[in-house]
Design a protein around this ligand. Sequence first.
Ligand SMILES: Nc1ncnc2c1ncn2[C@@H]1O[C@H](COP(=O)(O)OP(=O)(O)OP(=O)(O)O)[C@@H](O)[C@H]1O
Length: 600
Amino acid sequence: MPPKILPVSDPAAARRYGWRTMRRHPKLLLGALGLNAAAAAAGLVGPRLLGELVQDVAGGTTTGHVTRVVVVLLFFVLLQSWLIRGATVYGGRLSQAVLAEMRETFIERVLGLPLSTAEDAGAGDLVSRASRGVDEMQRTAQYALPAILTAAFTFLLSIVGMLAVSPALTVVILVAVPPVVLVTRWYLSRSTEAYRAYKTAAAGMTEELAASTDGAATIEALGLARRRVAAGDASVAATYAADIGTLRLRTVFLPTAEMGYRLPMIAALLLGGYFYTEGWASLAAVTAVVLYTQQMSEPISQARDWLTEMQTATTSLQRLLGVTEVPPDRQVREHTVDADQGLVIEKVTFGYGDGEGPEVLHGIDLTVRKGERLAIVGPSGAGKSTLGRLMAGIHAPTTGSVRLGDAPLVELPLEQLRSEVALVSHEQYVLGGTLRENLALAVRDGDTADDEVIWSALKAVEAKEWVQALPDGLDTVIGSGGTGLTPAQSQQLAIARLVVADPEVLVLDEATSLLDPTSARDLERSLNALLEGRTVITIAHRLHTAYDADRIAVIDDGRVVELGSHTELIANDGSYARLWRSWHGGAPKTPAGGEGERCS
Ligand SMILES: Nc1ncnc2c1ncn2[C@@H]1O[C@H](COP(=O)(O)OP(=O)(O)OP(=O)(O)O)[C@@H](O)[C@H]1O
């Protein structure tokens, strides 16, 4: 099944979010806006003074007057530079603050994704949202926003300046503005969707290529290379087509916008000359208007270039915010959990895709008593891992209920759920940090894991010796850039993390699959000793786990076909006894070690 692509929020919501985030930093926002406006206002003086100077020189004036005007001009140029510097500093701080908040929001929202969505979402989609998306937003926040802000103020105040010296000439020059506004509106109304389509296609391509790279060995073994190459080609073609769509929009918008800011300059020179010769405007007014037009053209040309960046960043923000639009997969209710009543699975059916997919579990009834060791065995694809995920509250049953006592797992708040039930699967993740931090991670906010608890957890997973042998013991840095761990050691740490978290119910799904059979059995036995009183459900891929358990549930085709202790099931002479005999060629009392004893 292809991974789920997460939703994308709408552009208006993204803009509202951006604006709300900026407003949370009023000092920086007002500082950036105020200083930009003041810088643009200081810029109004230059053209006006120069216009008057040109007129005075043409009519004859003293060098003293020229010197005075130049000194005043210099003062305003310096003042404007100083204000621009201040605006840049405030704008930069504002953008960094906004960006930091957006990053935090994203991480918070990814971590808050409904458990079932987090399981099914494609890593490629999330990675492209977090990496490329955040980079684009960073560029925009740092450069595009301040440039667009400066352009807007310079444009508006230059018009004010022009109106003050010659309203008639200003109105004629501004006829060039409507076509540019129309084309810009046309561009903006189409570009958001076009960039969104491009990003979705690009995320699909990343997903497709990542899947092929990750599964390279399997693809080669099954001779699927051609099919995967074709799927990769199709995703590249879709991305290319979507990119061409955005290019088409740019080829209309950019030249029109270019013409839009050149036209007023041409109009100012031609019409200004005409107005002057007709005596409708003074030389000072015409010079000032031409200089104002020149002054606003540069920021507007820069803003035009940044507008495309802004569109891309808006799309990135839509994709970041879209993560929140995943509907919750559980309705939290107030429950008092009585773990003593055990984990009750009642009349459970389940199909993936919110029950839309084929039914995988058909009417499961099973009660796991408090403190019991239950092993789940069965052929590959029977539904063991699916049942494990339901028992850990990750997926909600389509019908029926999975409860701890009377409390349905999917109605417990996540924090409470994880303190009651936790799952370790074969996929392990080591975070960059010290070994102690990796284990203490499981402890709830406010609590701390002391070294004694950490060492006893490490002892229970048979990891104490190798951790003691590390040069810095618990302070050894592991994960990317730190001491490399073997996959088996990472598995041991994952189980130790769970022991430190100390939930009522532990679900272990292939959690020891990377350890050799003897080490796996030692680990499970010492874990059982430490977790006396805790319920441990193990999806057993090795025979010894089933043998050591209090009860064994045999799952076949989504149903519990047998349930009982090893001795009872052997006496029953059903499918478990057949499996047992086929592994042991008879009916020995204890299982022998060795890789050959995998159950599925
Ligand atoms: N995320 C998923 N989306 C859709 N179908 C799934 C998903 N995970 C598993 N299935 C399907 O559900 C069925 C049961 O799979 P499950 O992994 O639970 O079996 P299993 O007994 O644990 O198998 P194995 O021992 O090979 O891990 C299979 O038909 C499988 O294809």
